[in-house]
Design a protein around this ligand. Structure first.
Ligand code: FAD
Length: 278
C-alpha cells in the first residue's frame, strides 16, 4: 500500500488512481503525463506486461475527455532484453496511441540507451507524422547534434538537464556548465524548432529564459514538472502557459520515492516531519 507520505510524488498504484490524479491536474488547468513506474527489465515477460499495461491505460484514457498522455522508459519495455523487443513493444504502444488519439513521450535513460532510443523515436515519429516526443539531456555533449538531427522531424522535444551520472568524456559535469548549455539549447529550439518544445525543468532561471525566448520568437512551448515539485508554481504558470505534470504511478514506487526524497534536503525534512506526525 502506498503510504500517505509517498502520495505527494506518486499518483497511486493503479491505472484508476492515475486517471483520478490526471482529473485533479486538469481541474487546475494542468495536463498530465502518466508514467507507469518500472525500468531495466531483463525479463522479457515483465517488459511485455508493462507495454500491455500502457496500451490498456491508453484505452482507458481514450474513453475520457482527460488532457493526459503517457511517458515510457525504453528499458521498461524491453531495451535491456533486445532492441527488437523494445521496438516491438513501442509499436504496440504507438498503435494504441493512434487508436485512442493520445500522445506518447519517450523518456531518456543513461547514455548507453541514447542511440537506440533516438533511432526508434525517429522511425516511429516519421511513420506516425507526429504524436510522439522524446527527451534530450543537456548534460550530454552530443545533444546539440541530436537537436540538429531532429530539427525537421514532426515530434516534440523535452529538454531536461539530465538525471544520470555520466562519464566526463561524454558529459558536462559542472552545474554551471549544464545550466549554460541548457540555455543554449533552449535558444536553438526556440529559433529553429517547430515540432513542439517542452521545458522539463523546475528551475526558475530556465523558465524565465524560456519566457523571454517565447516573447522574442513566438514559438509555442510547454512546461513540464514532476508531481509534488513546485506545485504552486505549476498552477501559477498554467495561467499563462501550457503546463504538464509528469505523474508516476504503480507498485514500484519505493525507489522513485526514495530518489525524490534524497535529491533535496527540504524533501528529506518533509519526510521526517511526516514520519514524526508534525
Ligand atoms: P535543478 O537543476 O535540480 O535545480 C535548479 C533550481 O530549480 C533549484 O535551485 C530550485 O530553484 C528549483 N528546484 C529544483 N528542484 C526543486 C524542488 N524539488 N523543489 C523546489 N525547487 C526546485 N531526466 C532524464 O535524464 N531523463 C528524462 O526522461 C527526464 N524526464 C523528466 C521529465 C520531467 C517532466 C522533469 C521535470 C524532469 C525530467 N528529468 C529527466 C530530470 C531532469 O533531468 C533533472 O534531473 C531534474 O529535473 C532536476 O533538474 P531541474 O532543471 O528541475 O532543476
Amino acid at each position: 500500500m502506498l503510504p500517505p507520505i509517498a502520495r505527494r510524488f506518486v499518483a497511486g498504484e493503479t491505472p484508476a488512481t492515475a486517471l483520478e490524479h490526471a482529473r485533479e491536474c486538469n481541474d487546475r488547468d494542468i495536463g498530465a503525463i502518466l508514467n507507469l513506474l518500472g525500468e531495466h527489465y531483463e525479463d522479457p515477460t515483465a517488459a511485455d506486461d508493462d507495454a500491455r499495461a500502457y496500451a490498456a491505460l491508453l484505452a482507458d484514457l481514450g474513453g475520457t475527455d482527460l488532457d493526459a498522455c503517457i511517458s515510457v522508459k525504453p528499458t521498461q519495455i524491453g531495451l535491456d532484453v533486445s532492441e527488437a523487443r523494445f521496438r516491438d513493444n513501442l509499436r504496440g504502444i504507438v498503435d494504441a496511441a493512434d487508436e485512442y488519439d493520445r500522445f506518447v513521450w519517450i523518456d531518456m535513460e543513461d547514455h548507453t540507451t541514447t542511440d537506440a532510443t533516438l533511432d526508434a523515436f525517429e522511425e516511429f515519429v516519421e511513420a506516425r507524422g507526429g504524436g510522439l516526443g522524446v527527451c534530450l539531456q543537456a548534460n550530454l555533449k552530443r545533444t546539440r547534434g541530436d537537436l540538429e538531427r531532429f530539427r525537421d522531424v514532426p515530434g516534440k522535444i523535452r529538454l531536461v538537464k539530465g538525471a544520470y551520472d555520466e562519464p566526463p568524456a561524454i558529459a558536462y559535469k559542472s552545474r554551471e556548465r549544464i545550466n549554460e548549455v541548457y540555455q543554449e539549447h533552449l535558444e536553438y529550439l526556440f529559433e529553429h524548432y517547430e515540432g513542439g518544445i517542452a521545458l522539463g525543468s523546475h528551475d526558475p532561471v530556465m523558465i524565465d529564459r524560456a519566457r523571454e525566448l517565447h516573447a522574442e520568437h513566438d514559438t509555442d512551448f510547454e512546461i513540464q514538472m514532476l508531481m509534488g515539485v513546485r506545485e504552486d508554481a505549476q498552477e501559477d504558470l498554467a495561467r499563462e502557459y501550457e503546463v504538464y505534470q509528469y505523474a508516476p504511478y504503480g507498485g514500484k514506487w519505493l525507489s522513485y520515492f526514495y530518489r525524490r526524497m534524497m535529491e533535496r534536503k527540504e524533501n528529506a525534512g518533509f519526510a521526517l516531519r511526516a514520519i514524526l506526525g508534525r
